[in-house]
Design a protein around this ligand. Structure first.
Ligand SMILES: NC(=O)c1ccc[n+]([C@@H]2O[C@H](COP(=O)([O-])OP(=O)(O)OC[C@H]3O[C@@H](n4cnc5c(N)ncnc54)[C@H](OP(=O)(O)O)[C@@H]3O)[C@@H](O)[C@H]2O)c1
Length: 290
């Protein structure tokens, strides 16, 4: 379908956006459903967030995704923020409803959808989370909502882990602990069924960096989930495989957060399988020139 004066424009705001897979994923979905819509990347620095949000109104953009470093700093500029996104403190999807800008967080339900697709039900389970940034917050609140038994957060800066634990405790009634990366991770992992890496350690181009955990700290009863999707199998996931654990990369979360944003924007069921295919093809470099 060609672009016309009627085409609805969606986009991604963030810095950087050059390597984002969201344009490929959403444009594949729009084309598959024959929707007169297009999705474009926009480089937006955090200092420009106010004018970028104003541009959504001025240019009548239909909706945008927000990525690093804008997911948190965008909140004060929105007209409405759904409760879950408010609790998490981050918005990754915005809808323009006739000039009224509404913020959502689809990372959290996207993570849960990926877990469930992998056959893991978090209810009653203990989880260990590495990291306390935006993704760790989305994952923690998603798990909390599903009735986990406990969440143990380990972060390089312990204050951020403690803040996340306190925010979880204020909203939910289950045990949380917080520590830094030199804390006794092995002890926490012994009683856990889920480990989530929500740090960029192991992500391309630093994919050879030492993982935060090695195989002797893992056990077969763990699902090891790395939110990184490039590379598809990080060094942490290789350690997990060697330890006999089940493991999951970040592709599922990426696709499901996109599918849920697509559904919010268009009201149509997203073609998630096609979106995943497009992402995997791009990650494997099949559609690149060499
Ligand atoms: N699959 C998906 O759809 C999806 C969605 C969102 C994010 N992600 C991935 O999740 C990861 C985190 O993203 P984010 O948005 O949460 O980023 P963020 O808000 O910048 O948080 C990064 C976290 O990682 C920690 N960290 C950074 N570098 C580290 C290092 N060298 N050693 C130990 N800890 C380190 C930070 O610790 P400090 O607090 O000490 O700085 C912080 O807790 C990224 O790899 C991102 O690609 C994936």
């Amino acid at each position: 379908m060609g672009i016309s004066g009627l085409t609805k424009v969606y986009g991604l705001f963030g810095d950087p956006v050059e390597h984002s897979l969201s344009p490929i994923m959403h444009n594949t979905a729009f084309q598959a459903l024959g929707l007169d819509c297009v999705y474009l990347p926009f480089l937006v620095k955090s200092k420009d967030i106010a004018s970028a949000v104003q541009a959504v109104r001025a240019l009548h953009l239909a909706g945008v995704n927000l990525t690093i470093p804008l997911k948190e700093c965008v909140l004060p500029y929105l007209d409405e923020v759904e409760k879950e996104a408010e609790l998490i403190g981050a918005v990754n999807t915005m809808i323009n409803r006739d000039g009224r800008l509404c913020g959502y967080n689809t990372d959290a339900p996207g993570f849960l959808a990926a877990l469930k697709a992998a056959g893991f039900n978090p209810s009653g389970k203990n989880a260990v989370i590495l990291g306390a940034g935006g993704a760790a917050r989305a994952v923690s609140f998603a798990l909390a909502q599903e009735g986990v038994r406990g969440i143990h957060i380990f972060n390089r800066s312990v204050e951020k882990a403690e803040k996340l634990a306190a925010d979880l405790n204020a909203a939910y009634q289950f045990p949380t602990t917080a520590g830094d990366l030199s804390s006794d991770l092995a002890a926490a992992l012994k009683g856990a069924e889920l480990l989530v890496n929500a740090t960029p350690v192991g992500m391309y181009p630093n994919h050879n960096a030492e993982p935060l955990l090695t195989r002797n700290q893992l056990h077969q009863g763990l699902l090891v989930c790395d939110l990184i999707y490039n590379p598809l199998q990080t060094r942490l996931l290789k350690e997990a495989e060697a330890a006999g654990c089940r493991f999951l990369n970040g592709v599922g979360m990426l696709v499901w957060q996109g599918a849920l944003a697509f559904q919010l924007w268009t009201g149509e069921k997203a073609p998630a399988a096609l979106m995943e295919e497009a992402v995997l093809k791009a990650l494997k470099g099949e559609d690149k020139d060499g």
